[in-house]
Design a binder for this molecule. Structure first.
Ligand code: CP
Length: 302
């Protein structure tokens, strides 16, 4: 993985995902390894973020690295009309690796084509979120003991949900069965379903989540993302489609865990947070270990 950008979850093989997860496990056990001293990492966030940016910055700090970057493009020369390509070529002069989030699908790939340092895609529009995918896999393996043969339900915005797209693609390597719960308007795109079909795996589509609750190992809730809708009326129609309550978890397997990439709006009631099956805040914590592992691998330090 040395010096390779991570743009799409397809960029890495199954063996490479598993290697990253093993390194992340080591960072969880031994968090203060100062291996990034003498390295500068740029975090360029053209779109808001709490978890992805701060867990990357926490990972960099814990490993002794330096951080440069911006959290809002309006504070950069992009506000004067500088292109993304010129921004990336410039920042590549100042850093060893660039972590980038951008609202346009495909922007991270373009950036990697002009950058002479590796790019990590921290989310590009509705396309991909590969580092979230790796921390989701870490969380699944940690709670289920394996990534193989799981039944997973994805609930909510499967059309625009980049975390869903990346995780579905990754789990096709692990013989998963997919339960896809969404309003008609927000079904998983055909291009992503094709990965499931091509792997010879099964998926089932539903508009209601109650029916699948006793079948699944992982319930992956997602937010209906207002910012992705061109038509505000369409958002209003679907925004309250799914709201998870404690009662709905009563018939689920004792080992079942609820994941959510966060942020949440109202799709999981706050009372669920105390349920032992709720795992989403630990999931967010796992992001630090996984991002430490990625930085170390791409910079050739592990
Ligand atoms: N999961 C995730 O990408 O969260 P942020 O938007 O807060 O980074």
């Amino acid at each position: 993985m040395k010096n390779r950008s991570l743009i799409s979850i397809n960029d890495y093989s199954k063996e490479e995902y598993l290697h990253i997860l093993d390194i992340a496990e080591d960072f969880e056990k031994n968090p203060h390894q100062k291996i990034l001293e003498n390295h500068v990492i740029a975090t360029l966030f053209f779109e808001p973020s709490t978890r992805t940016r701060l867990s990357f910055e926490s990972a960099i700090s814990q490993l002794g690295g330096k951080i440069i970057g911006f959290t809002d493009a309006s504070s950069s020369s992009v506000s004067k009309g500088e292109t993304l390509m010129d921004t990336i070529k410039t920042v590549a002069n100042y850093s060893d690796l660039i972590v980038m989030r951008h609202p346009l699908d495909g922007s991270a790939r373009w950036a990697s084509e002009v950058s002479n340092v590796p790019i990590i895609n921290a989310g590009d529009g509705a396309n991909q979120h590969p580092t979230q995918c790796l921390l989701d896999m870490y969380s699944i393996r940690k709670t289920q003991g394996t990534l193989e043969n799981i039944h997973i339900a994805f609930v909510g915005d499967l059309k625009y949900g980049r975390t869903v797209h990346s995780l579905v693609i990754a789990l096709t390597q692990f013989n998963a069965t997919f339960h896809l719960v969404s309003p008609e308007e927000l079904k998983l795109p055909s291009v992503i379903k094709k990965y499931i079909k091509d792997a010879g795996l099964k998926y089932h589509q539903y508009t209601n989540m109650e029916a699948i609750m006793n079948k699944i190992d992982i319930l992956y809730m997602t937010r209906i993302q207002r910012e992705r809708f061109a038509d505000p009326m369409e958002y209003e129609r679907v925004k309250n489609s799914y709201i998870l309550k404690n009662k709905m978890l009563e018939n689920s397997k004792p080992t079942m865990r609820v994941l959510h990439p966060l942020p949440r709006v109202n799709e999981i009631e706050e009372t669920v947070d105390k349920n032992p099956k709720a795992y989403y805040f630990q999931q967010a914590r796992n992001g630090v270990y996984v991002r430490e592992a990625l930085l170390a691998s791409i910079l050739g330090l592990k």
